[in-house]
Ligand binder design. Structure first.
Ligand SMILES: Nc1nc2c(ncn2[C@@H]2O[C@H](COP(=O)(O)OP(=O)(O)OP(=O)(O)O)[C@@H](O)[C@H]2O)c(=O)[nH]1
Ligand SMILES: [Mg+2]
Length: 311
């Protein structure tokens, strides 16, 4: 059994209902922590979900201020990690700009040291030292390499480019000598025919399916453009294959986004689709590699996933 299944598993549920994503082969999924930490929110959340009520009730009981705009924006579809009782979630446990509740497994999160280890052309060539790792996945040009540079606070640890397709190999970066960040090739080149767009999977498919040390995939989604089918197709593929993931919205600094739609609106629209199709909400977080938005929060989230995985 893959080690990552000790941490969390994505489960398939009923068929997609959204017409834009309807396909007989497309299945939604939900997050489901395995025992002994099975504190998931049970039903499809909406504005009046059980979690919301818990947040409100808890805040009222403790005479805390009313729920913040951020928490409202989260739309009450919280990601509750292992070790947290959903009934006891309070607003101050939610990471700003995300739906992620911080739990007891969160720990040391800052990056003190990072070193490039290797580029692998094939999944079987990846490091074999069994350290936990996070894969950075997303459409070409979404900002994968930039996010890694922002996380490690180095400008050029990873090459970035205006030209899509810069990252061609599986690149392993060792952090603090005990976990990896993995930069992957992007999928969905603009202008490429649909048939070749998902070719990334033939390259990285083996990696996702066989990498036992994969704690989670950070699936990057560009918040400066409206939701793309290919991103949801990718999320769906990961879900069907029980690969844990976190949605990381990038380019949230681009407030003058294309087509006059702002990042927060794009994210809300994306959330609407997610909420329609997922029984349990995956964790998601807003980031900007330009301003550093979400950096520390994402690292904290990664620390709780990693520490639980290590446990
Ligand atoms: N404004 C803004 N631009 C960004 C951000 N992140 C990345 N970019 C820009 O987006 C472009 C692509 O960034 P990369 O980090 O190279 O994207 P990538 O996903 O690694 O691309 P591939 O390796 O080709 O798949 C570059 O011009 C970056 O400067 C961000 O948070 N805000
Ligand atoms: Mg790149």
């Amino acid at each position: 059994m893959l080690l990552r299944h000790r941490f969390l598993t994505l489960q398939t549920a009923s068929l997609f209902s959204s017409s834009s994503f309807s396909s007989s082969s497309v299945l939604p999924f939900s997050l489901d922590f395995r025992k002994p930490f099975s504190h998931t929110i049970q039903q499809t959340p909406n504005l009046s979900s059980s979690t919301t009520r818990h947040v409100h009730a808890s805040a009222a009981k403790d005479s805390k201020p009313a729920i913040s705009e951020t928490a409202k924006f989260v739309k009450k579809a919280l990601f509750v990690p292992p070790g947290v009782e959903p009934d006891l979630v309070t607003e101050d446990m939610i990471l700003p700009g995300s739906n992620i509740v911080l739990g007891p497994y969160a720990g040391h999160s800052q990056i003190k040291q990072v070193e490039f280890v290797k580029s692998s052309a094939k999944p079987k060539d990846c490091p074999k030292d069994a350290l936990p790792e996070f894969a950075i996945l997303g459409r070409s040009n979404v900002g994968k390499s930039s996010l890694i540079n922002a996380l490690v606070r180095k400008k050029e640890v990873v090459l970035t480019s205006k030209k899509p397709g810069k990252t061609q190999l599986i690149n392993h970066f060792l952090v603090n000598k005990n976990w990896y960040i993995v930069d992957l090739p992007g999928y969905g080149f603009a202008n490429a025919p649909e048939s070749t767009r998902m070719d990334w999977s033939s390259f990285t498919k083996g990696y996702f399916l066989n990498r036992e040390t994969l704690v989670a995939v950070l699936l990057l989604v560009d918040a400066s453009i409206p939701p793309r089918k290919i991103d949801l197709d990718c999320a769906n593929w990961l879900g069907r294959n029980n690969i844990p993931m976190t949605f990381v919205f990038t380019k949230c600094d681009k407030m003058k986004a294309s087509k006059g739609i702002r990042p927060d609106e794009n994210i809300k629209n994306f959330q609407e689709i997610i909420r329609e199709n997922y029984r349990e909400p995956p964790p998601w977080i807003m980031t900007s590699s330009v301003t550093g938005l979400g950096r520390d929060e994402l690292l904290l989230h990664m620390s709780q996933l990693r520490n639980y995985w290590d446990n």
